[in-house]
Design a protein around this ligand. Structure first.
Ligand SMILES: Cc1cc2nc3c(=O)[nH]c(=O)nc-3n(C[C@H](O)[C@H](O)[C@H](O)COP(=O)(O)OP(=O)(O)OC[C@H]3O[C@@H](n4cnc5c(N)ncnc54)[C@H](O)[C@@H]3O)c2cc1C
Length: 610
């Protein structure tokens, strides 16, 4: 059976020693959050994740969800676990106090999310999507929705979903067919089919609040083939009246649930909307004229906010699965006897040495560990920027830009690396990893979807290169480069940090050159940008994570010099930091070479050749 222990020491290191969160008590949500309170919350969260969620991970995968007579049943134990999740207040952790939540900042909710997803990704997606739906409703909902629906999402009495994808479109939402027609009473009637809806139906709560995008027909009753008429709607499974009274079952039904590769405990539903009663979110748009082009509706801003929050959450899923796969790979390598150390037997009185003696096994483990801990630091720094962006500090605009820039990097780089880490953790088990009973092949299957949903990783890379780099004259990448360069400058005379500052400088130089190359060549030929985007995003991920490793190495050196008790912890930090600099950072010149190859060869591969 796989095991999971929440890495509480590492959370404390990142939150208290690296980010020194206690110095940020002026930020929203941090005012009443002394270090001891943070530690207490995380310790309780760890207990819940380890004792309630993790034991249901493998059984949930084996059993999966059931769809019988139009009803979806979650795996054994999920309903009770969800009740406990709600009763203990985990569903309202980050939601505003005025709606019954705990009002904790994203740094804490993301850390809790990491643990919960390591313990059980399929389960955690139910409350994860509810939290995103709840945030969108708070941002765009009418007063009665905030009074009667939001508190039920916060308390975990109900759950929420996010409904974008249709049979004909996932990435290209312009092609969506679902339509919503306004009624004299101001509500809409929605018709169409949404597919792949996570937590779209289940037996854990009495009601499900669907957050749906659909097109409003123009004055001639036609829907446009672009995003101009797309609006954002609330469609409850059971009607909620404006006075809070419960009504009948709405016209939304579950067509089926998918049989799929992983996250089998999460019901992925086909939802059919048949004249379902829908409430439009955000200000009412003026009637759409035939052929008219308009920018996205105001209500869509809520949807974009929800998608961005969900993207960060998915990026963290990459960390989660990397962590749990690493922990299990390490446990196995510390107990399995296989072969002899290359330099001579480590334990001559035993028939073989432990698997961990082999350099390649340590490489696999360090690859996962240095990713997980580096990525955790990047994610925590990014959520802190989110809080700074909401504050009155003068640097709030820069913080918002950095948060925006890092979102596709976290989503795509962390989920690619999370998949690599899951695969390496399984490799430590040899053939036994491939056998279902041992439970580690589940991590690989679960990790795979993270690279696709919430925007395929290649599309995230295009978002970074095509939109985020150039916004406001390149202000966001310039701010990021300035921060990294500033840190290197401050520490360049520190000889002990040279193994970190020097490779980081080389990585940063290459990243800046690649940014310039894309700015010059991507404009002239967009295919060059498209062909190099994935490599560029990976390079940015490597450099930003490398910067965090440099900062963490500095803290570790200071702690060791001060005679810290937990010596092995800080020494391990230095080893992981060096691994990143020696093994990941050298990818930068290779990635740059690939970017500079442009798109000619790739585009010469024409469909008619096949
Ligand atoms: C288990 C699961 C859960 C999901 N949960 C939800 C959910 O809760 N709500 C929801 O709305 N959706 C959900 N989805 C849908 C998911 O977000 C989409 O599958 C995803 O966005 C990709 O859309 P698509 O499948 O239509 O692929 P397509 O859009 O057809 O794309 C296919 C591939 O083409 C490539 N591609 C497409 N466009 C571009 C481009 N512009 N540039 C470069 N490459 C491109 C990408 O590699 C992509 O993987 C879920 C899917 C799964 C499998």
């Amino acid at each position: 059976m796989p095991v999971y222990r929440a890495p509480l020491d590492d959370y404390r290191f990142v939150i208290h020693e690296l980010l020194e969160v206690d110095k940020h008590r002026d930020l929203p949500g941090f005012e009443d959050l002394p270090p001891e309170t943070i530690d207490d919350i995380l310790t309780n969260a760890a207990k819940f994740c380890e004792e309630v969620l993790q034991p249901l991970n493998q059984s949930g995968d084996e059993e999966g969800c059931h769809f019988e007579n139009g009803v979806v049943r979650t795996p054994k134990g999920f309903k009770e676990a969800f009740k406990a999740y709600a009763e203990q207040g985990w569903s309202g952790l980050g939601q505003p106090v005025e709606f019954g939540g705990s009002g904790l900042p994203n740094l804490i909710t993301l850390t809790f999310g990491e643990m919960a997803q390591s313990a059980n990704q399929a389960f955690t997606m139910y409350p994860g999507l509810s939290a995103a739906a709840c945030g969108a409703l708070i941002a765009t909902g009418a007063a009665w929705m905030k009074e009667h629906i939001v508190p039920k999402l916060v308390s975990g009495e109900w759950t929420g979903t996010m409904c974008l994808t249709e049979p004909g479109c996932g990435t290209d939402l312009r092609l969506m067919k679902t339509r919503a027609v306004e009624q004299p009473d101001g509500t809409y009637r929605m018709s169409g089919t949404k597919i792949f809806i996570s937590g779209g139906d289940h037996d854990m709560t009495d009601n499900i609040i669907h957050m749906v995008i659909a097109k409003i027909p123009d004055e001639n009753g036609h829907i446009h083939d672009d995003l101009s008429t797309v609006n954002f709607f609330l469609v409850p499974k059971f009607i909620v009246k404006e006075d809070g009274a419960m009504g009948q079952r709405n016209g939304v039904s579950t067509g089926s649930i998918e049989k799929k590769m992983g996250i089998k405990g999460n019901a992925t539903a086909v939802l059919n909307f048949d004249e379902a009663i829908a409430w439009r979110l955000g200000p009412k748009p003026a009637p759409y004229k035939p052929g008219e082009k308009r920018s996205a509706s105001e209500g869509m801003k809520g949807m974009f906010g929800m998608m961005n929050a969900a993207r960060l959450g998915v990026g963290v899923q990459g960390i989660s699965v990397g962590e749990v796969a690493y922990q299990n790979g390490l446990n196995y390598a510390l107990t399995r006897r296989v072969g002899r150390a290359l330099t001579g037997p480590a334990e001559p009185d035993q028939p073989a040495d432990l698997e961990i003696v082999h350099p390649d096994v340590r490489r696999m483990l360090l690859h996962a560990k240095s990713f997980v801990e580096g990525a955790r630091a990047v994610a925590a720094w990014t959520t802190l920027n989110d809080s700074i962006a909401e504050s009155n500090r003068p640097e709030r605009e820069t913080a918002a830009m950095l948060h925006d820039l890092m979102t596709p990097v976290i989503k795509a780089f962390f989920t690619d690396m999370g998949f690599e880490a899951a695969n390496l953790g399984m490799q430590c088990y040899g053939g036994h990893g491939y056998i279902r009973d041992n439970g580690v092949e589940q991590f690989v299957r679960d990790a795979r979807i993270n690279q696709t949903y919430e925007g395929a990783n290649g599309v995230q890379a295009m978002d970074l290169v095509g939109r985020k780099l150039g916004r406001k004259g390149g202000a966001a990448p310039m701010a990021l480069f300035g921060l990294i360069s500033g840190w290197i400058g401050e520490n360049k005379d520190n000889e002990k940090l040279a193994p970190f500052t020097k490779p980081l400088q080389r990585g940063l130089d290459t990243l800046q050159q690649a940014t310039l190359w894309l700015a010059q060549n991507g404009m002239a030929n967009p295919n060059h940008a498209g062909a190099g985007a994935v490599d560029y995003l990976r390079m940015m991920g490597i450099v930003v994570t490398g910067w965090m490793w440099g900062r963490m190495a500095k803290v570790a050196q200071e702690k060791l010099a001060a005679g810290a008790a937990n010596k092995a912890f800080y020494e391990a930090k230095l080893v992981s930091a060096r691994y990143w600099m020696e093994r990941l950072m050298p990818e930068c010149p290779m990635l740059f070479e690939r970017i500079q190859a442009g798109s000619d060869t790739i585009m010469a591969y024409a469909p008619e050749m096949i």
